[in-house]
Write a protein that binds this ligand. Structure first.
Ligand SMILES: Cc1ncc(COP(=O)(O)O)c(C=O)c1O
Length: 442
């Protein structure tokens, strides 16, 4: 599909009408950014999205990660369809909750116990509250460039401005409030550090009277550049937090049930005290989980710590999660192996095309989730600032050219791969990327 064959008139018309009624014509600020034309979609199936102009897009955004089995996966849709007639909300328990808990416990190393909620943002709040309750301390460490939801206390330094030059040895960053209306005191409890910098973590935790309850981190920095942890970084976090009685929280909202069935903690072999999951957990249905150490999680059970939610474990979401995890667990995890292999072929192909075209396109991450970026081979991509110092104009142009060719990674250049992507999709993507890279030579 080429730009000549695509019209966006119906989407444009939709936006014109929606703007007067829906703030920004979107219902999540994340969707405000990026696209040349904000698209309005009609349906999605497998690896493809169809917009209201009839354009077919090969989708690598996958709803920002959830559609791990592709869109409208039959086993999930069939299970949910069968369950819909049983009612949605009981204000009590149902059998599928236990089935889901067993599937999660079988897959996720730290899942001694768990709680289910509705969104990643909420589970992060639950994890922080539990950490404070357990330690009696109030501060927590987060990393620059990491997103943990839209609430006041974590919407801090996820996309702050970057100075031209860093001050030497100044590891602790000034917390940056990301939105107007955010309570200023929220920043008082947050210590912002550069990702992948164990020295910085050590310095903070070893300072006298550090008062740190938790260290909250994505185990692979998916929200900026899909940057993997340096060898020894996660292990170092585990060791330092254990030594100082700090709760280690892995935010696996993106990595969970994607980079491995048991998330990044099983892929990298480092077990956190608490971990949050959402997105790929139910293949697109809204649900989330907090897993963790029994002694911590039991504080919810005794009522000492509050975690609540009207919609928690609503029937369709739980049934969707059970069906998704059953598919992902089947045949020794064959579905995720396929996802990874497809992603690896894409990564390899993109690198080869870039090399042949003499374009400084690089790829970071793993097959199931990766990021394209533009920088010299010598550029060390390790944290938020090093990502922001890549050539973001080349990146934007590349993504826009792909979009006009019907290929849709996220606006930030993150590519999520699903089990519905196969050889035909890899081939179509690389053909479009070859054309899109022409003109990207520095
Ligand atoms: C790592 C991470 N944590 C938390 C969240 C928030 O999850 P939700 O949007 O379900 O509230 C996101 C959302 O993108 C995320 O990527």
């Amino acid at each position: 599909m080429t730009d000549n064959s695509m019209s966006f008139e119906a989407s444009r018309q939709y936006n014109a009408e929606a703007e007067s009624l829906i703030a920004g014509a979107v219902n999540s600020n994340v969707r405000l950014s990026g696209a040349t034309v904000p698209l309005c979609f009609e349906r999605a199936e497998g690896a493809y999205l169809f917009d209201i102009d009839g354009n077919r897009m090969l989708d690598y955004a996958l709803g920002m990660g959830p559609a791990i089995l592709g869109h409208a996966p039959k086993p999930v849709i069939d299970a949910v369809t069968a369950a819909l007639g049983q009612g949605q909300m009981y204000g009590g328990q149902h059998r599928a909750e236990l089935a889901l808990a067993r599937l999660i416990q079988a897959a996720v190393p730290n899942a001694e116990m768990l709680r289910v909620g509705m969104s990643g943002s909420e589970m992060v709040q639950a994890a922080l509250r539990l950490s404070r309750a357990a330690t009696g301390r109030s501060k927590f460490i987060k990393f620059e460039g990491q997103y943990h939801g839209w609430f006041d206390n974590v919407l801090i330094s996820n996309a702050p401005p970057v100075p031209d030059v860093d001050s030497p040895n100044e590891h602790v960053r000034q917390p940056h409030l990301e939105t107007r209306g955010q309570v200023k005191s929220a920043a008082e409890d947050v210590i912002v550090l550069p990702w992948n910098d164990l020295t910085a973590v050590k310095a903070v935790l070893e300072a006298p009277g550090s008062d740190v309850a938790a260290l909250l981190t994505e185990p692979m920095m998916c929200n900026t550049g899909v940057i993997p942890p340096k060898p020894g970084f996660l292990e170092g976090l585990r060791e330092l937090t254990a030594k100082h009685g700090v709760i280690l929280i892995f935010d696996e909202v993106i990595t969970g049930f994607r980079v491995a069935l048991g998330g990044a903690q099983s892929r990298f072999g480092v077990t956190p005290d608490l971990a949050t999951f959402a997105k790929a957990m139910a293949g697109g249905f809204p649900i989330a989980a907090l897993t963790g150490r029994r002694d911590l999680m039991e504080m919810f059970g005794t009522g000492a710590v509050n975690h609540s939610g009207t919609y928690n474990t609503n029937v369709p979401s739980v049934v969707a999660a059970v069906a998704t995890l059953e598919v992902l667990s089947a045949d020794d995890g064959a579905a995720l192996k396929r996802v990874e292999a497809t992603g690896d072929r894409l990564i390899e192909g993109l690198r080869r095309l870039a090399h042949d075209a003499g374009v400084p396109l690089r790829v970071s991450g793993v097959g199931a989730a990766f990021n394209t970026y533009f920088a010299d081979a010598a550029h060390d991509l390790v944290d938020y600032r090093s990502y922001r110092r890549t050539d973001l104009t080349l990146q934007k142009n590349f993504i826009q050219r792909l979009a006009l060719a019907g290929i849709r990674p996220t606006g930030r250049g993150t590519w999520f791969v699903s089990a519905a992507h196969g050889a035909a999709e890899v081939e179509a993507t690389l053909a479009a990327a070859k054309t899109a890279l022409q003109g990207s030579a520095a």
